[in-house]
Ligand binder design. Structure first.
Ligand code: FAD
Length: 450
C-alpha cells in the first residue's frame, strides 16, 4: 500500500536538492525525493578520465565579481571547492585555419566586430518584428560565409551572446567565470547541501527519503493529492509534488499526466528551445598545443559551422593532464551522439592534424557525453527564444493544481545555469510553502511519518 508524504520531489539535480532543503528548513521533513538515475546531481556530473576528474555537465561558475554575489559561488567558497579563473574572450585571437595558420589578430578582430554588428542588427530587426527568428537568419551582406566568419559566428552565438545583449547572470553577478577543477567534482556542492537535511555517513547519503533509480512515469493529480507511479511499479502518494525534470523531459513522453496538462501549459513547454552542448574529452600521451597565458582556448575555422570549432586545454585546471576538450552544440552534438566514439575520435584527430600537423600523437582515450539521447535529460539546458515574453516562462513555472514546477528552465533571470536551478528550487519551495499555509487541511504538518 502507498504511504502518503507531504511533498514528493521528482529529480535530485541542483533544483530538486535546493527545493528539498528549503522545505526541510521550514519544518516539512515528511518529504520524498524520487530520482530516475542512480545518483544525485543531474546535469552536474563528474567522471574520472585520463587520471583526473572531468565535468561532463556544468563546468563553470558563471557570474562572479559583480554587484551581487552569486549564491553558487558563495556555496563553493564555503565548502572550499577548487576553481580556476577562466576567460574565453581571448579565444578569438587563437583562430587556426585548415592549414594550421593562426589568423592575424587584426583580421580576427575585424571579423569579430563585423559579427557583433550583424548580431546586434539582427536583434534590432527581431525586436521591431522585421524578421522571423529562424536559425541561420536571413541573407544579408553581414551573413557569415568564410570559415573564419562561420567560426566567429558560432563562438558569438553559442558562447558569447553577452557581447550582443545583456545577460542577467553577468549583469547581476559579474562577468568573471571560474572553471571547477576539483577532484570531488562540482557535484560535491550538492552532497554538502544534502547533508544539511538528509542523513549521511562517510560521504554517502543513507536516508530513505531519497530513492534512486525511481523513474516517474505517471502523475495522477486531483484536488485531494497526487499519486506518483514509477517504472518499477511502485506507487507513492503525496499532498503535493515538485517536478524538477528538465524542459527536454517535459517535452518528451516520459511522464504521463492524468488528467493531461492544460493547453496553456503544454504550449508554453513547446515554446522553449533546448540547447545540446557536448564537451568531448581527449587524452594525449604528451602536449603538442601552446600553453602560455591567453592560450587556454583556441578555435578551428572550417567551412562547416560548428565543426569541432571550440577547443580548450586543461593545463590550467590540471597541469600535466594532457587533456583537450572540444565543444560541439546542437546539430553537431546530435550527429556525434549517434556515431561511434571511434568515428568521433577520427574526426577530432583530423581537425587537430589540420591545426598542429600530421605528426601529433593520436589520443589514447576519448569521452563523449550523450545528453540528447539521455531520456532523463533530452538536452543540456533551456534556451528561450531571444524575443519571447515573460508569459512563456511564467506558464512553464506555474503550478497545475498540486503539481509545482521547478528546474533551471523556470528561472526567469538565470535559466540555463546552475545558479538558475538553485534559485528556482528555492523559489518553488517558497511558493509551495505559501500554498500549504493557505491550505485549510494542515494535517500534513503533524509529526513526520518517516
Ligand atoms: P537536472 O540537473 O537535470 O535535475 C533533474 C533531475 O531529474 C535529474 O537528476 C534527472 O535524472 C531527474 N529526472 C528526470 N526525469 C525524471 C523522472 N521521470 N523521474 C525521476 N527523476 C527524473 N551551468 C552553469 O552554471 N555553468 C556551466 O558551465 C554549465 N555548463 C553546462 C554544460 C553542459 C554540458 C550541461 C548539460 C549543462 C550545463 N550547465 C551549466 C547547466 C546546468 O548544469 C543546469 O542548468 C543545472 O544543473 C540544471 O539543474 P536542474 O535541477 O534544473 O536539472
Amino acid at each position: 500500500s502507498a504511504s502518503r508524504s507531504a511533498v514528493i520531489i521528482i529529480g535530485a539535480g541542483v533544483s530538486g536538492v535546493s527545493a528539498a532543503k528549503v522545505l526541510a528548513e521550514n519544518g516539512i521533513s515528511d518529504l520524498l525525493i524520487l530520482e530516475a538515475s542512480d545518483r544525485i546531481g543531474g546535469r552536474i556530473r563528474k567522471e574520472s578520465f585520463g587520471g583526473v576528474s572531468v565535468e561532463l555537465g556544468a563546468g563553470w561558475i558563471a557570474g562572479v565579481g559583480g554587484k551581487a554575489s552569486n549564491p553558487v559561488w558563495e556555496i563553493a567558497a564555503k565548502f572550499g571547492l577548487r576553481t580556476c579563473f577562466s576567460d574565453y574572450s581571448n579565444a578569438r585571437y587563437n583562430i587556426y585555419d585548415q592549414s594550421g595558420k593562426i589568423f592575424p589578430s587584426g583580421i580576427a578582430a575585424d571579423s569579430y566586430n563585423k559579427a557583433v554588428d550583424s548580431a546586434i542588427q539582427r536583434l534590432r530587426d527581431l525586436e521591431s518584428n522585421c524578421i522571423e527568428d529562424v536559425p541561420g537568419g536571413t541573407e544579408s551582406p553581414l551573413t557569415p560565409k568564410t570559415p573564419i566568419e562561420l567560426a566567429i559566428d558560432f563562438i558569438l552565438h553559442d558562447f558569447e551572446m553577452a557581447e550582443v545583449e545583456p545577460i542577467s547572470t553577468y549583469v547581476d553577478f559579474g562577468e568573471r567565470e571560474f572553471l571547477v577543477a576539483d577532484e570531488r567534482g562540482y557535484e560535491y556542492l550538492l552532497y554538502k547541501m544534502a547533508e544539511d537535511f538528509l542523513f549521511t555517513s562517510e560521504g554517502k547519503i543513507l536516508d530513505n527519503r531519497l530513492k534512486l533509480n525511481k523513474v516517474v512515469r505517471e502523475l495522477q493529480h486531483s484536488r485531494n493529492g497526487v499519486t506518483v507511479k514509477t517504472e518499477d511499479g511502485c506507487i507513492y502518494e503525496a499532498n503535493y509534488v515538485i517536478l524538477s525534470a528538465s524542459i527536454g523531459v517535459l517535452q518528451s513522453d516520459l511522464i504521463y499526466f492524468r488528467p493531461p496538462l492544460p493547453r496553456w501549459k503544454t504550449e508554453a513547454i513547446e515554446k522553449c528551445d533546448v540547447t545540446v552542448y557536448t564537451k568531448i574529452f581527449l587524452k594525449f600521451p604528451y602536449k603538442f598545443w601552446p600553453c602560455g597565458p591567453d592560450k587556454e582556448f583556441f578555435i578551428y575555422a572550417h567551412e562547416r559551422r560548428g565543426y569541432y570549432t571550440f577547443w580548450q586545454h586543461m593545463e590550467n585546471a590540471y597541469p600535466g593532464s594532457n587533456i583537450l576538450v572540444v565543444t560541439l552544440t546542437n546539430g553537431e552534438s546530435k550527429r556525434v551522439e549517434t556515431q561511434s566514439d571511434d568515428e568521433t575520435l577520427k574526426e577530432a584527430m583530423g581537425v587537430l592534424r589540420d591545426m598542429f600537423g600530421p605528426e601529433i600523437p593520436t589520443a589514447t582515450d576519448i569521452l563523449v557525453p550523450r545528453w540528447w539521447n539521455n531520456r532523463f535529460q533530452r538536452g543540456s539546458y533551456s534556451n528561450y527564444p531571444i524575443i519571447s515574453d515573460n508569459q512563456v516562462i511564467n506558464d512553464i513555472k506555474a503550478p497545475v493544481g498540486r503539481v509545482f514546477f521547478t528546474g533551471e528552465h523556470t528561472s526567469e533571470r538565470f535559466n540555463g545555469y546552475v545558479h538558475g536551478g538553485y534559485l528556482a528550487g528555492i523559489d518553488t519551495s517558497k511558493a509551495l510553502l505559501e500554498e500549504m499555509r493557505k491550505d485549510e487541511n494542515k494535517s500534513f504538518l503533524r509529526e513526520p511519518l518517516l
